[in-house]
Design a protein around this ligand. Structure first.
Ligand code: AHM
Ligand code: MG
Length: 336
């Protein structure tokens, strides 16, 4: 039987779900950029790509060389194809304008070019997360600068979301709003091949992911919930839980998509002005769309993440996502 490559899957989506040709092309180009990033990541010390730059990004984080390279790879791959009205990235303060010599298109692309980059130098999985929105009507035709406002749409408006994970295998996990598919990079063929046809998150789980070192800074509902998890069989939840924390959201979410679990990055008292560490637009929203499309749930402790109206491009948000039963439980603790 012939194998289903990403290209073939996308063409089938056009037939079965009217996926527009320009969206198909956009996803193909993002996937091509992810292949190039995968290649750069895998060279490691041999490619001289490890280590930090002397710069910080807009959020005051030290940039790794590979953060900057990955950002450039994504920008260069996507700027000329005529599918985009603009881009935004964790590594750039403002929206990226499509250079004047290239045609503009109907979509907005947002990404975290290399998530989990604190893990690069220690050879642990990292990834690229992306989200695609339709550009509101007025920015499609205008020649003016594209403002931040065009991007500030709730996650329910995403038309595609995905991530690439650069681990023992490079995989692309994608949703176009009708289920979640996983593609593994066949390095000999140079193509992403469909290997995980219908990814589902089990509703129940006995595994959780949280950075326990922040425990003393958490709010009461999270403290209560994690205490109950740790109490195991003798506690109110009546079963023993296992814990994993990779500190790469892509790797933690990928594990949850594979065998279930709950991922938490709550708001905490370290920086009271910030509602969490992770970014809404290019981390929480795309991951929440994928998790929901796989049958899981995602909230900020109070509301569904995909319903939140963003206020700023680099806005942060608390994240609870994964197996439905556990996400509903911890969300319930915030509400009571
Ligand atoms: P980054 O985008 O700067 O890499 O930060 C996001 C990462 C996530 O991948 C991960 O879940 C989290 O930061 C880990 O944070 P911590 O180091 O506080 O455990
Ligand atoms: Mg990130």
């Amino acid at each position: 039987m012939s194998r289903t490559t990403l290209s073939r899957y996308l063409i089938e989506q056009t037939r079965s779900h009217n996926t527009p040709a320009d969206l198909r092309f956009l996803v193909e180009v993002v996937a091509r950029a992810c292949k190039a990033i995968s290649h750069a990541v895998s060279k490691g010390a041999l490619g001289g790509v490890l280590g930090s730059m002397e710069t910080e990004n807009v959020q005051g984080e030290v940039q790794k060389k590979l953060d900057v390279m990955s950002n450039e790879i994504l920008l260069e791959a996507n700027e000329w194809g005529g599918t985009l009205a603009g881009m935004a990235s964790e590594e750039m303060d403002k929206a990226y304008q499509i250079p004047g010599q290239y045609p503009k298109g109907a979509y907005l692309l947002m990404f975290d070019p290399l998530d989990g980059s604190s893990n690069i130098d220690v050879n642990v999985s990292v990834g690229t997360i992306f989200s695609v929105l339709r550009c509101p009507g007025e920015c499609f035709s205008q020649n003016d600068m594209l403002g931040e406002d065009a991007f500030l749409q709730p996650g329910t408006r995403q038309v595609a979301a995905g991530y690439a994970i650069y681990g023992p295998q490079t995989m692309l996990v994608l949703t176009l709003g009708n289920g979640v598919k996983g593609f593994t990079l066949d390095r000999e063929l140079g193509s992403f091949v469909l290997t995980h046809d219908d990814i589902r998150v089990p509703e129940r789980t006995a595994e959780f992911a949280i950075n326990m070192s922040n425990q003393r800074h958490w709010e009461a509902p999270v403290k209560r919930y994690v205490e109950e998890l740790l109490a195991g069989q003798e506690g109110p939840l009546g079963k023993n839980y296992n814990m994993r924390w990779i500190a790469s959201m892509v790797a933690d979410v990928h594990r949850i998509l594979t065998r279930g679990g709950i991922f938490m990055y709550p708001r905490d008292a370290r920086e009271p002005g910030k509602p969490g560490k992770l970014r809404l637009m290019y981390e929480a929203n795309p991951m929440s769309m994928i998790i929901e499309q796989a049958g899981g749930a995602a909230t900020n402790g109070h509301e569904r993440i995909l319903d939140l109206q963003p206020q700023a491009l680099h806005e942060r948000v608390a994240v609870f996502l994964g197996s439905k039963e556990e996400v509903e439980r911890v969300t319930g603790y915030h509400r009571s």
